[in-house]
Design a protein around this ligand. Structure first.
Ligand code: PMP
Length: 322
């Protein structure tokens, strides 16, 4: 779908996958006016194909567009575009545990000029690809980034824009060099409080059973899985604390047994246990360092039960498409 100031959103069409042709002076290539979403279509227990909370992705997409000075795509149009593509690609939605059709809606500015200002022409596209489970089971190991931050107050941390990920690539590569699966970012001001991982939010379970996670404050992504898990936790009488989490406190708490469980959550990972957090000169191990803890396992099962259509969808999160 295209956006121009005179016509608004127009030219909605579905076509076979093919390269895009864009002008070398298209503003996206120079100033990175680009936003995206990541979501999945699943085969649910009733044999239908459904998406999980696509309206939430549509809302976050509109918020990202506002932050990046881009044209806002009406939320209904976002959901409709996703629905249309999934209907056409229905044969590509795999069945089986953890498997799904990954959907990547994105928007780029494609006006042609070299001045630094928001563009007035945009292109919104959705592409799809079948995927399996993100992590091959077992616990994830995480490297606490010492030098890099992902977002600063007033920056674009809360927007799902390509630039945030461009800035995190070397930090993620460093985590891999350190033998870890993922990077964990600390806050930009004090380099002390936990924010989020390269592509996931993070939560901890304290020995009093409280689920602890960093608050949304403009520098972390408003994860839809995060939000869903907090609501599921509340439904199941698990106490939640959205509070600043000091990295030193986590390392001490893991050693003393005060923090027994840690996990990553996001569309790709669903809920994956964190076995170890590592940083220069130290390691925090949760539980036995490899298996999922009881609270994490309960939350995972409840979330995946709803997503797979096995449990009662009390919040109306399942959006049937086919
Ligand atoms: N944080 C970041 C930086 C991410 O890229 C993602 C994945 N979209 C998340 C958190 C988790 O968000 P969600 O649960 O909506 O996938």
């Amino acid at each position: 779908i295209r956006f121009t100031e005179d016509k608004g959103w127009h030219e909605a069409k579905v076509s076979a996958y093919k390269p895009l042709s864009i002008d070398p002076a298209s503003t996206v290539l120079h100033y990175g006016q680009e936003i995206f979403e990541g979501m999945k279509a699943y085969r649910t227990a009733d044999g239908r194909i459904s998406a999980f909370r696509p309206e939430a992705n549509a809302r976050r997409f509109a918020e990202s567009a506002r932050r990046m000075g881009m044209a806002e795509l009406p939320e209904a149009l976002f959901v409709q575009a996703v629905d249309e593509l999934v209907k056409i690609d229905r044969a590509w939605v795999p069945s089986g545990d953890g498997r799904s059709l990954y959907l990547r809606p994105f928007m780029i500015s494609n006006e042609v000029f070299l001045g630094v200002k928001p563009a007035s022409e945009y292109l919104f596209i959705v592409i799809a690809c079948p995927v399996g489970s993100y992590f091959s089971g077992g616990a994830v190991s995480v490297w606490v980034s010492e030098h890099y931050t992902r977002a600063a107050p007033g920056g674009t941390g809360e927007a799902k824009c390509g630039g945030n990920y461009a800035g995190s690539l070397v930090a993620q590569a460093e985590a891999k060099e350190q033998g870890c699966d993922q990077v964990l970012f600390l806050d930009a001001r004090e380099r002390r409080y936990i924010e989020e991982m390269g592509g996931m939010n993070v939560m901890f379970v304290r020995d009093d059973g409280v689920l602890v996670t960093p608050p949304l404050g403009g520098t972390i992504l408003r994860g839809i899985t995060r939000d869903s898990l907090l609501r599921i936790a509340a439904d199941n009488n698990i106490t939640i604390e959205e509070t600043q989490i000091d990295i030193d406190d986590i390392f001490e708490g893991a050693a003393s047994g005060r923090y027994r469980e840690a996990f990553a959550c996001g569309t790709a990972a669903a809920l994956s246990p964190i076995g170890r957090l590592r940083r220069t000169g130290g390691e925090a191990v949760f539980g036995d360092g490899s298996s999922i803890g009881p609270v994490s396992a309960t939350l995972r099962q409840l979330l995946m039960g709803i997503q797979a259509g096995r449990s009662n969808d009390v919040h109306g999160w399942i959006h049937p498409i086919v």
